[in-house]
Design a protein around this ligand. Structure first.
Ligand code: PLP
Length: 379
């Protein structure tokens, strides 16, 4: 099996797994209990919070543990700003953001969905035009999960702040894969999810800038300073911190390796003279390749690659049951004859040269055979 769908989820880091084990088997105390048996869990939470904060340039008290990216996005959007005022987001956000905004819209608030250019980037001038003093929150993703385009978050945040609006960024695809400094960017909220950076599934965090008031998301036993109640998932939090630190400590070498793998794959495809375009901007998540093949069906490619033991995606994993063109591909206006043939290959630090060569060779073989068959059919 060749796994090349790392934007959907990633393999668990072995160090993260080892670090989790004691908190599943031996140190299972409830971190909120006062007796000494709970001390190891309490200490582990404190260390994990500091490790995560250090990785993104935050203070530990700015990190709130959640169940993942979806919850962090819902929390920031529904409770992050005053419950009046306009929300501005983009047309290419993940559905965790889009559907949270839809709920707000149904409750009678105004939501503006900004268009993006052909490379999937929000234009600063357009945001500036739509912002007014009635805007309470701007939510623009750090990096897109389908095409990998990275937005100019620092500049967009400054524009939002100029109009008195708060700024949230869904950085689920970016954390652990590109350098992030929340204080330098100036964002008020940032969402992250462990399973996208080789941590366990079902755990994530929301960064909330010091001094920003966010309303409680889950009410109960007052964990996470009373804002996100529920017994802490200590083992997963520990695994998340170890995985993030490992990725951040090796960011440069991982990026270098992944980009060289990307180049091998793209060069092979280009040499084959197959007609395709690569979507997304120059500033892109390492390893995320969104490719549109002319006159080919993306679903067919996915299914045939599956027969070769290769896992890729046609769009967002959460969209996989839908066969229509994704909202992201629609938003960047790809010509129809290419759009239908869109796939996403997303590599990780665990992929090898042999694997990307096999992916390229398999793609070329499938497309060539399919094209020949179509030509025969038309005769
Ligand atoms: N935001 C983005 C950009 C994503 O790619 C995803 C997952 O695919 C999410 C949010 C949801 O994260 P989770 O799977 O942790 O709920």
């Amino acid at each position: 099996m060749i796994y090349a769908d790392n934007a959907a989820t990633t393999k668990l880091d072995i160090d993260a797994f080892e670090a989790m084990k004691p908190f599943l088997l031996d140190e299972y105390g409830n971190a909120s209990q006062p007796y000494s048996f709970a001390n190891a869990a309490k200490r582990a939470l404190k260390i994990a919070r500091k490790t995560i904060a250090d990785c993104i340039g935050a203070f530990p008290d700015e990190i709130y543990f959640t169940s993942g990216g979806t919850e962090s996005d819902n929390w920031a959007i529904k409770e992050g700003a005053s419950n009046i005022g306009k929300i501005i987001t983009s047309r290419i956000e993940h559905h965790a953001v889009l559907n949270s905004c839809k709920t707000i819209e149904e409750a009678g608030r105004e939501v503006v969905y900004l268009p993006v250019n052909q490379t999937g980037c929000v234009k600063k001038s357009i945001l500036n035009k739509v912002l007014d003093n009635n805007t309470s929150l701007v939510s623009i993703m750090f990096a897109n999960n389908e095409i990998g385009s990275i937005q100019k978050i620092k500049e967009l945040t400054a524009i939002a702040h100029k109009h008195g609006a708060l700024f949230h960024t869904d950085a689920v695809q970016a954390v652990g894969h590109v350098e992030i400094d929340v204080h330098e960017m100036g964002v008020d909220f940032l969402s992250a999810s462990a399973h996208k950076f080789n941590g366990p599934k079902g755990i994530g965090f929301l960064y909330v800038k010091r001094g920003i008031c966010i309303k409680a998301y889950l009410n109960g036993g007052n964990q996470e300073k009373g804002l996100r109640s529920g017994t802490e998932n200590v083992a997963s939090i520990v695994g998340m911190a170890v995985a993030l630190k490992n990725n951040c400590d090796h960011l440069k070498e991982n990026t270098k390796k992944i980009i060289s793998l990307e180049n091998i794959l793209i060069t092979k495809l280009e040499k084959s003279e197959i007609d395709f375009i690569r979507n997304g901007s120059k500033s892109c998540l390492p390893g995320v390749m969104n490719l549109s093949f002319r006159g080919i069906d993306g679903e067919m490619l996915l299914n045939r690659l599956d027969l070769f033991g290769i896992c890729i995606s046609t769009g967002a994993a959460c969209d996989s049951k839908k066969t229509k063109i994704s909202h992201v591909i629609d938003a960047i206006s790809i010509p129809k004859e290419y759009a239908d043939g869109t796939i996403r290959i997303s590599l990780s630090k665990y992929n090898s040269e042999q694997e990307v060569e096999k992916i390229a060779d398999s793609l070329i073989e499938i497309i060539k055979r399919y094209t020949e068959w179509m030509q025969l059919k038309q005769k």
